[in-house]
Design a protein around this ligand. Structure first.
Ligand SMILES: [Zn+2]
Ligand SMILES: [Zn+2]
Ligand SMILES: [Zn+2]
Length: 287
């Protein structure tokens, strides 16, 4: 499993920003402080999110998407799904389309409607490209808290406290279960809803990947992203209900410059509180 990117939407540092944190990241000798937009390759066949940096990152870290079958989209924000990427599987000589794109029902409906609107735009070259892109994938809606068997995995989306572009769209945090272990990928999420805690009460996570976008920022409890404070409270509750235990590993991702923490600073704050099995992820990290 490979972290292809671990930054929030504007990457880290934000190229348009010269705040103290962005400048410290640029000057740092620690290359883990340079982050691209978040996506995660579970294995050769399964990818979570597919943004403008994903294609670059796959090559950068020596992989390929040739065998890709499934893309799990957390939500329709530009740092999680870049539709233009669908132009490229068709240009492969060896890849066997179509891909399956899994998304929440609202995200799936919004994507379908956007594509149909774009197809009607009076630009024949673009229409042609959109028609070709639509040959590459099928959209598969996955309702929240319902478990689906997808190849060798059980997949259950949890509802995140984070809105996507489409009306009524909430992010999907995916619980992925295989005989070898259980993983939850929660980016973007905000504080977990009670329904999510309740669903997870019956489960033990081997690996939790969770966003920690806003670090030291102070935000209200309903914020659509985690701060260090809300992340810590969420983890405490997960430990309390035994969803996490001493042998679970936790990786914090989707880091924003506005959280004012570089890699080592963030990881050391988390490890002081939760011990040695919590890490801040970085681009290229293999689990
Ligand atoms: Zn995001
Ligand atoms: Zn900045
Ligand atoms: Zn988002």
């Amino acid at each position: 499993m490979l972290f292809l990117g671990t930054a929030a939407a504007e990457s880290f540092p934000n190229p348009f920003c010269c705040c103290e944190t962005c400048e410290r990241a640029r000057q740092s000798q620690d290359k883990r402080n340079i982050r691209h937009r978040s996506s995660f390759q579970l294995d050769a066949e399964n990818l979570i999110d597919c943004n403008a940096d994903t294609m670059y990152a796959v090559s950068q870290f020596g992989g390929s998407l040739e065998k890709l079958k499934n893309i799990f989209i957390t939500h329709m924000h530009e740092d999680h799904f870049d539709y233009w990427n669908m132009a490229f599987p068709n240009m492969s000589i060896t890849h066997c389309a179509p891909l399956r794109i899994f998304a929440s029902p609202e995200a799936a409906a919004g994507l379908r409607e956007t594509c149909s609107l774009l197809r009607k735009a009076p630009f024949s070259q673009m229409q042609e490209q959109f028609l070709q892109m639509e040959q590459v994938y099928e959209i598969c809606p996955l309702p929240f808290y319902q478990t689906a068997q997808i190849d060798d995995m059980l997949v259950t989306p949890m509802k995140g406290r984070h809105s996507g572009f489409f009306n009524g769209e909430s992010s999907a945090n995916y619980v992925l279960e295989r005989p070898s272990g259980t993983l939850l990928y929660a980016s973007d999420t905000g504080r977990f809803y009670e329904d999510t805690f309740a669903w997870l009460r019956q489960k033990r996570l081997d690996i939790l990947i969770v966003e920690g976008s806003f670090g030291l920022r102070k935000e209200p409890p309903e914020c659509g992203h985690m701060t260090l404070q809300s992340l810590s409270e969420t983890l405490e509750q997960l430990f309390e209900q035994n969803t996490l235990d001493a042998s679970s590993r936790i990786y914090v991702t989707h880091i924003a410059h506005s959280g004012r923490l570089l890699h080592e600073e963030y990881e050391s704050l988390l490890q002081q509180r939760f011990g040695p099995n919590i890490f801040v992820a970085y681009d290229g990290l293999v689990i």
